[in-house]
Design a protein around this ligand. Structure first.
Ligand code: SF4
Ligand code: SF4
Length: 210
């Protein structure tokens, strides 16, 4: 990342909350994986070269997470990042299935992947082609630690119009549900709006002009 963009990132007021939310979620997932691996007698089946879950599932994200993913695509100029951005901003056909950031068998926004992606871990066996494990094998899914997930999403809510995140788990889940959308449903028009709203518009504009 260039120094210029790194400095710019610091002006994005929501970025520290997003980074902290990701760290909390990752730590909860690590803990849950350790506990569940002991109970199941084997570790997760997910591997580095897996990707069926990205091409078969409708991942969900909040607008803040989308802004983070789009921001990450503008940091560098790798071929996959450029391709992912094109795929997202101007898909050849409406994206009804799979994630627009899945490029050439890998996640183009890996460091900024969504909280829902971070929680998706399966046990038993790796996924078959076109298998969405959230539909086919719920019993094999990692049970995320709710406390970590709540804490992580609660950090994002103030940037999504909820100034005081509810402490009641049911109310929190309802607030979240209303703000989580399938990634493919964020159209280029909506993305442009949220980029401006979340402060990354300046980055996109400066990159286009470059
Ligand atoms: S959920 Fe399935 S496809 Fe995704 S990483 Fe795990 S085993 Fe691979
Ligand atoms: S953001 Fe990355 S990890 Fe998540 S569904 Fe898309 S390609 Fe997969």
């Amino acid at each position: 990342m260039s120094r210029k963009l790194a400095d710019k990132a610091l002006t994005l007021h929501w970025m520290p909350s997003l980074i902290k939310a990701q760290a909390i979620m990752d730590s909860g997932v690590r803990l849950a994986v350790r506990q569940e691996s002991l109970l199941r007698g084997a570790g997760p089946a997910c591997g580095n070269s897996c990707g069926e879950c990205c091409s078969s599932r409708r991942a969900e994200a909040t607008a803040v997470e989308m802004a983070g993913a789009l921001w990450s695509l503008r940091r560098g100029a790798s071929e996959s990042e450029a391709k992912a951005l094109d795929q997202f901003m101007a898909p050849a056909e409406p994206v009804s299935r799979g994630c627009p950031f899945f490029v050439d068998g890998a996640c183009a926004v890996y460091s900024m992947r969504f909280l829902s992606c971070r929680q998706l871990v399966v046990f038993g066996r790796s996924c078959s082609p076109n298998e969405d494990p959230t539909r086919t094998r719920r019993a094999d899914l990692l049970t995320p630690l709710r406390l970590h997930a709540y804490k992580a999403y609660s950090l994002l809510l103030p940037h999504l119009g909820v100034s005081t995140p509810p402490s009641d788990p049911l109310e929190l889940e309802a607030a979240l549900k209303a703000r989580l959308n399938p990634v493919g449903d964020f159209s280029a028009r909506v993305a442009a709006t949220l980029l401006v709203a979340h402060g990354t518009g300046a980055i996109l504009a400066s990159q286009r002009a470059a």
